[in-house]
Write a protein that binds this ligand. Sequence first.
Ligand SMILES: NC(=O)c1ccc[n+]([C@@H]2O[C@H](COP(=O)([O-])OP(=O)(O)OC[C@H]3O[C@@H](n4cnc5c(N)ncnc54)[C@H](O)[C@@H]3O)[C@@H](O)[C@H]2O)c1
Length: 413
Amino acid sequence: MEYFIKDINLADEGKRKILWAGKEMPVLDILKQTQAKNLFSGTTIGACLHVTSETANLVIALSECGANVFLTASNPLSTQDEVAASLVKNYNIPVFAKKGENESEYNHNIRIIAEKKPHIIIDDGADLIAYMHQNYSLAENILGATEETTTGITRIKSLEKDKKLTFPVIAVNDAMTKHLFDNRYGTGQSTIDGILRATNILIAGKIIVVCGYGWCGKGISKNFRGLGAKVIVVEVDPIKALEAVMDGFYVMKIEKAAETGDIFVTSTGDRDVISADVLTKIKDGAIIANSGHFNVEIDVDYLEKNAKEKNHIKPMVIEYVLKNNKKVYLLAEGRLVNLGCAEGHPSSVMDLSFSNQFMASKYLKENKGLQSKLYSVPEEIDRKIAELKLKSLNIEIDTLTEKQKEYLSSWEL
Ligand SMILES: NC(=O)c1ccc[n+]([C@@H]2O[C@H](COP(=O)([O-])OP(=O)(O)OC[C@H]3O[C@@H](n4cnc5c(N)ncnc54)[C@H](O)[C@@H]3O)[C@@H](O)[C@H]2O)c1
């Protein structure tokens, strides 16, 4: 079989991890079990996702329902090599990814997936979708794509605005059962997990600067506070900034926060948030990490070109000694810290995200002739996933009586 992975001998370890993650993904399992086994037969799915044990459960589910799946990574650092090996060896799913691949290998692997001329694309960050738009002859079979993350949706909205979007895309990130849980609780926990695994630093009493108070930033801030940190939020949106104030966080400009923070975390989807200017003002010994999709939030280029010294302290921790003799510690090369230094989101939360991916792919397969625009995940899918998750947690909720329904839909006193 054609593949590009680090070491096939890691497959047994990978299989154990895939099964372990699967135990926490009951909704995806129920959805898979209740679909026809030939749901995706004759369908080639090109997936560009973080190659983790949770992603493995998604691609296995698609493959067991008849799809011909090809998987590549959506980040050069996020591949779990043992999972990639197991997918190839134990599940016969071709994977083109290894942890630490360089930019040219990363791009080459995306090209390989595009050249399979997929019917459906499952993307995280829109690199594969963008590649298909630059090489449109490869899109001859395409029914549509699904997009996993906020930054990918931003890129697709730009394509749509420029009237260049050439196939339908379903905004999985915008489903309630995705961003309310994955971005907030998943990123909130796994970002801290990454920082702790890389540094083993005590959080209690530290001053943490969280840049961006969107869904991810809210989760990161709340969890740091739960560990006893003092949290400063940096925002550009006045409403989000006000929300952070009322949630009990300090809010200030990055230049001011730079002087006091012990640990800086970006999660904005924007570039140059920790800019060269901020880096020159930053407190001596500061730890800097990014949890936004692309490695553009911290000006790593400035550090690379201007530091007097660069020392590899331990895996994924680099010390830069700046010209002003201050030291800063960069985690995961400025790439997603939760995937570079830890294992990404907990499986239970990815159960929700990937159930949306599974059902959105089914929707594309069954609804040919959609327009070339960005679609929401249908509300009934979102609600069904929430209901199944509650059921799997053995939680029952109330239902409206007929009288209550009538009351809630009437305007008369
Ligand atoms: N680490 C992960 O596993 C993971 C998971 C989900 C999403 N993401 C990524 O994290 C990023 C944020 O996602 P989100 O869902 O929280 O987005 P969001 O749109 O909900 O929030 C982003 C926030 O950042 C703010 N912001 C933008 N530029 C800023 C700047 N220069 N300084 C300070 N604040 C700024 C915006 O005003 C907004 O409130 C995206 O890149 C997304 O793709 C990462």
